[in-house]
Design a protein around this ligand. Structure first.
Ligand code: AMP
Ligand code: ZN
Ligand code: FE
Ligand code: FE
Length: 303
């Protein structure tokens, strides 16, 4: 857990922060956050409260395969004077790698986006049933309805199965649930049908957003990056709670080489794994400005 914090970057002159504390450009951002609209535990209102406590001036909500929480998060952030960026984190694939593509500044009412997300969500719900069937075969009599009740959202995922397994007394912790059953290549793991990364990037662009590769340090598949750039990738998440400082530095260079915007966020899921991660990655607002510049260029080019 060594996401490079802005505090470290702020000391570097090249971070380019303006000196006036009153400037709107002087804040700190977290561009990777989840709520209970996917597999986080916080409500949008609780998350906005945490963001305020940590002194964040801009946040993005990046729930998996949904934008449902965006309207409430926008209102909660407005009430606290925090800038809100509507977003999502799409599950996609490229050559056997599961890649998460973040979509920032998208129109969370865009028709085709909502239609496609409904399809992604159906895939997630079907997968939960398959995972539970696998568990049943393994002698764990979990009921899929218990998982859906815990998830209480359109985009359920393995963490909800894990929570159900803990709640029903089949294991002690979420971590144990993943290690015993749910991780890739464990006995209840079920592959998820995914769209290609190029389709995810195109969908984000169609909805007026910018496409950013999430936590590349967790994929360890840098060889995929040129193809994503070719497909229109706009940015790469350099700062992440599970990136070491060396990884962050490495991906800053990758961003520079490919002309990508460097972004960052904590990937906080609330109280899922003990301490919430919000506050562990604080991105200088300069990066948000760079995203906005990129977006303005994209919009100008499409007209
Ligand atoms: P899914 O989208 O259903 O494939 O679930 C993926 C989510 O599970 C990730 O976004 C993480 O939040 C979570 N996750 C992955 N591995 C683990 C783990 N070992 N322990 C707890 N949560 C995990
Ligand atoms: Zn998640
Ligand atoms: Fe992710
Ligand atoms: Fe995430």
């Amino acid at each position: 857990m060594n996401g490079m914090s802005a505090d470290a970057r702020e000391r570097r002159p090249e971070a380019g922060r303006p000196s006036s504390p009153d400037s709107p450009s002087s804040g700190l951002a977290d561009l990777h956050l989840h709520t209970h609209f996917s597999d986080g535990t916080y409500s949008p209102e609780e998350l906005a409260g945490c963001a305020a406590e940590h002194g964040l001036s801009a946040v993005a909500l990046t729930d998996h395969d949904t934008v449902e929480g965006c309207a409430r998060m926008a209102a909660a952030c407005a009430g606290r004077g925090i800038e809100f960026i509507p977003a999502t984190e799409l599950t996609s694939e490229y050559q056997d790698h599961e890649l998460h593509i973040l979509g920032y500044f998208l129109d969370d009412t865009h028709e085709r986006l909502l239609r496609e997300l409904a399809r992604y969500q159906q895939v997630r719900q079907d997968r939960i049933r398959k995972i539970v069937a696998r568990l049943n075969e393994l002698g764990v009599p979990l009921d899929a309805e218990v998982v859906f009740k815990i998830a209480n959202c359109q985009a359920p995922g393995r963490p909800h199965v894990g929570r159900a397994l803990v709640q029903e007394g089949y294991c002690e912790s979420l971590d144990e649930a993943f290690k015993r059953w749910l991780k890739k290549d464990r006995p209840a793991w079920v592959p998820k049908f995914r769209v290609t990364a190029a389709d995810a990037i195109q969908l984000i662009h169609e909805a007026g957003g910018l496409a950013v590769l999430a936590h590349p340090g967790l994929n360890r598949a840098d060889e995929v990056i040129p193809a994503l750039v070719e497909a229109g990738l706009d940015g790469i998440e350099c700062f992440h709670s599970r990136h070491s400082t060396a990884m962050a530095m490495h991906y800053l260079q990758v961003a520079d080489r490919h002309g990508l915007v460097a972004t960052g966020g904590s990937d906080c899921h609330g109280m899922n794994k003990g301490q919430p991660l919000i506050g562990t990655v604080k991105l200088p607002y300069l990066h948000v400005e760079q995203l906005k510049e990129r977006r303005a260029k994209r919009l100008a080019a499409s007209h």
